[in-house]
Write a protein that binds this ligand. Structure first.
Ligand code: NDP
Length: 448
């Protein structure tokens, strides 16, 4: 008989925790997972999945408009937020059920409770039940960071935005990152007046400058307002319920909703981690080595709580690598090179590898190829919106070290092209591939 109740106790049933639980169980471990909110985590419940469904919903605004140019007799259309919101939330419920089923099917015990760490090999549920466990995996993800300013309680975050009672006519969004740009696109397509307010002078730091500039230009053309170098001072609630956002260096803005999207911080507070000696960094992220092990040997962590790359597929890989290494006898580490990413703005961005600036710093000599074009569909629709593809090539080796794209379906195209970049293929390899015509993706093999 084992001295432990479980071989593995996972705290947090999000993308990383669920993957680790089910793979560890499939390797024969006795696994339990505790989740205080809903199985599925940020991505499924209040992140990637419902967001992408809203992006699809939003895009119909343009499709319906453009359809007339393609010969369709489109009557006046109205958008109904309640219908989309409820359908999206129902889909989230369905997916949550599937995640729960997956855990059940793998004989993972699920505790719908908060759990804390009370010893290097001991956890406690909210009702006081304690378990002796051989290993603990912390997969509690992240939480929206809301800067401190008077009236911040009137703002919502990405946690609440999917549940809005009504569609706000005027939305102010704080931040210039992923969530700000994605929701600016969504609300703008639904007809809300959107203003993005950023503390600095750049959106989407980390993405290639030309691509960011293109998004900014297209977003402004679509009617989204931007205020730069304008940190929030306060939010005041008017008698009629409207919100007045006071800014540094700028006039106040009236809004019906204020969405704060100023990054996410690791969800490591109140878990008892520091008390048992788990080292955290200054942002509260659990420090782990390349095997996902923390400073306490029996405690591991994966996903956003470790603040490496805050992306779902990365958390999933980390969960898989942990389970395979510790319970499957197959030591695996995650390769963080050339992780593709996307921003589901209108239009979306896809990117992999080094930006031009990063490549120039690192490699010195680079060749840049761009294709700046109007998608065929946009031309007929009379939509003056240009796509931009950019390829960064190491001049010494001809290797493609970065691909950056903004335009219709850019993330779909980029995912496939990322395989070539990951495989280290050269510009000559791209050129040797015959174009698939007519497509937007063919630009990738036609860049001169
Ligand atoms: P991001 O890190 O993308 O952007 C944060 C923005 O907020 C930046 O513009 C930043 O400015 C600004 N900011 C940061 N701190 C403050 C502050 N104290 N006061 C004012 N402004 C501030 O964060 P998001 O919230 O948009 O998203 C969180 C994370 O979730 C992302 O980093 C990403 O990993 C993930 N995500 C991924 C998506 C995807 O893959 N498509 C979609 C949504 C989220 P500055 O540039 O000056 O630092």
């Amino acid at each position: 008989m084992s001295q432990f109740d479980y071989d593995l106790f996972v705290i947090g049933a999000g993308s990383g925790g669920v993957r680790a639980s089910r793979i560890a169980a499939s390797h024969g471990a006795r696994v339990a997972v505790a989740e205080e909110y809903r199985v599925g985590g940020t991505c499924v419940i209040r992140g990637c999945v419902p967001k992408k469904l809203l992006v699809y919903g939003a895009h119909f605004a343009e499709d319906i408009h453009d359809a007339r140019k393609f010969g369709w007799d489109v009557p006046e259309c109205r958008f109904n937020w309640d219908v989309l919101r409820d359908n999206v939330l129902a889909e989230v419920d369905r997916l949550e059920g599937l995640y729960g089923q997956t855990l059940d099917n793998h004989n993972v015990t699920v505790f719908r409770s908060r759990a804390t760490v009370v010893g290097a090999q001991k956890v406690r549920l909210a009702d006081g039940t304690e378990f002796a466990v051989e290993r603990i995996l912390i997969a509690t993800g992240g939480w929206p960071h809301v800067p401190e300013f008077p009236g911040s309680e009137h703002a919502i975050t990405s946690n609440e935005v999917f549940h809005l009672e009504t569609l706000p006519k005027r939305v102010v969004i704080a931040g210039g990152g992923y969530i700000a740009n994605e929701f600016a696109g969504i609300f703008n397509e639904f007809g809300s007046k959107v203003t993005i307010v950023n503390r600095g002078d750049a959106i989407l730091r980390g993405y290639d400058e030309q691509i960011r500039d293109r998004l900014l230009q297209i977003s402004m053309t679509k009617g989204i307002d931007f205020k730069f170098n304008a940190p929030f001072k306060s939010i005041e609630k008017g008698e009629d319920g409207s919100l007045i956002v006071h800014l540094e260096n700028s006039d106040p803005i009236e809004a019906d909703a204020v969405l704060v999207a100023t990054g996410r911080t690791p969800n490591s507070k109140g878990l008892g981690l520091e008390e048992v000696g788990v080292a955290l960094d200054e942002q509260g992220a659990i420090k782990v080595d390349e095997t996902n092990q923390s400073s306490v040997p029996s405690i591991y962590a994966v996903g956003d709580v470790t603040n490496r790359i805050q992306l779902t597929p990365v958390a999933i890989r980390e969960g898989q690598a942990f389970a395979d290494s510790v319970f499957g006898g197959k030591p695996t580490t995650v390769d963080y090179q050339n992780v593709p990413s996307a921003v589901f703005s209108h239009p979306p961005i896809g990117a992999v590898g080094m930006t031009e600036a990063q490549a120039r710093n690192k490699l010195g000599s680079v060749r840049i190829y761009t294709s700046d074009f109007r998608a065929m569909k946009n031309v007929l629709a009379g939509r003056n919106e240009r796509a931009l593809y950019k390829m960064v090539v190491n001049a010494a080796t001809d290797q493609v070290v970065g691909l950056h794209m903004i335009g219709p379906d850019a993330p779909e195209i980029l995912q496939a092209a990322a395989i070539a970049v990951k495989a280290g293929l050269t510009k000559a390899d791209f050129d040797a591939t015959v174009a698939l015509h007519p497509s937007m993706a063919e630009e990738l093999v036609l860049m001169k």
